[in-house]
Design a protein around this ligand. Sequence first.
Ligand code: AMP
Ligand code: MG
Length: 415
Amino acid sequence: MGRTLQLHRFSAFMERAVSLERALEIAMQIPMQRNPEILALDKASGRVLFDDLSSHVDDPRFDNSAMDGWAVREADCEKPGSVLRIIGISQAGSAEVPRVGKGEACSIMTGAPIPEGADAIVMVEDSSTQGDTVKITGPARPGFIRRRGENLSKGDLPLKSGQLLTPSAISLAATMGHDKVSVVRKPSVAVIGVGDELTPPGEKLPENSIYESNTFGISSLVEKMGGTPRRFELIRDSIDNLRVALDRAAESCDAIITSGGVSMGEWDIVRQIMEKEGVVKFWRIMMRPGGPPLFGTWKGKPIFGLPGNPVSSHVVFTALVAPWISKSLGSDGPNGPSMANRVRVKMQEPLRGAPGKLCMRRISIRQEGDSLVASTSTHQGSGNIHSMVAHNGLSLLPPDTNCEEGDIIDALWLC
Ligand code: AMP
Ligand code: MG
């Protein structure tokens, strides 16, 4: 009785044949749990910040010179060929710096503090020394003084929660005085392959069996997006084994991705078990390739049922799972981990769209003159994973549209 009521409730909530935008909207409502972890800064490259990071210092910390040369009073150098008395030196790291008075110059190195009294820098190339004097042969430039705090003030928050720690973000964190950072713990994602016909690579292939590839590909995609993949044993189309694996995955991982078994067939056991015992939020997306996916929860953990066709699973991961992982990590936009940039490309050949479906064909994108152009090469079948290797982009042809040679279309440029 309870089970019947539950089934009724689930089917009422499940949306079918949704657009990719709607699929994203629905999935984003059930992100993975986000937990912090403290890491030494030199171990944090490629991770995502858990909290906003504030600067411990002004940057620059003090007014300093952008050039090797002379710290002077600008007014003393108005006449070309002025001769100034050398009163000392300001080096990077100098504790004490002499004061510059009228008619005086202080030798100064890049990054060294500006002496009191000086208001401009003359480049060393614009000078010649004669004993304890220097002849100024070029302009004195106030613009060569880097002002205290002109980049950052103490307490500023230039690195926000959700920021991907790129090499330059790591450098900025160090500039701000951080030797440790709080990052988002890598979510662990169970990757479960389903199918009777599958044999792990390296093993002897029985007749009519194929090497299993998706759990390797999907794990690698999870890793690329900043997760820790947990590849499970293959499920050979047994609903009982699948249930055990899903339970184990829900207990030990933050999310679950399955491959295969989500279509209409009798052996599509992921769809069957999810409909009967899980919570399905949507099933099927109006896209090609990659029509059959489902999304929901199993024992409270988010689960994506990706299609078994290798290209479909990669395309759905790129278009749906990758942005969902990025959002789960707390990134919202270009500051986070991502697998693709949206661009406009000029097609060098006609491209056939799909009735009622967003069409994501594999395309090769490159710069030619002022524009990005795109073409296709290998066979486009959704079973041909080589087509993903041979191309570097995906078309975003809206439903029911074809593209002619020379048309400009939206596309994803994979990175
Ligand atoms: P399915 O979604 O289970 O109907 O599978 C669709 C196609 O993808 C079939 O040709 C399967 O043999 C193939 N396939 C399913 N799972 C995998 C996998 N893990 N690795 C490689 N191919 C797969
Ligand atoms: Mg199958």
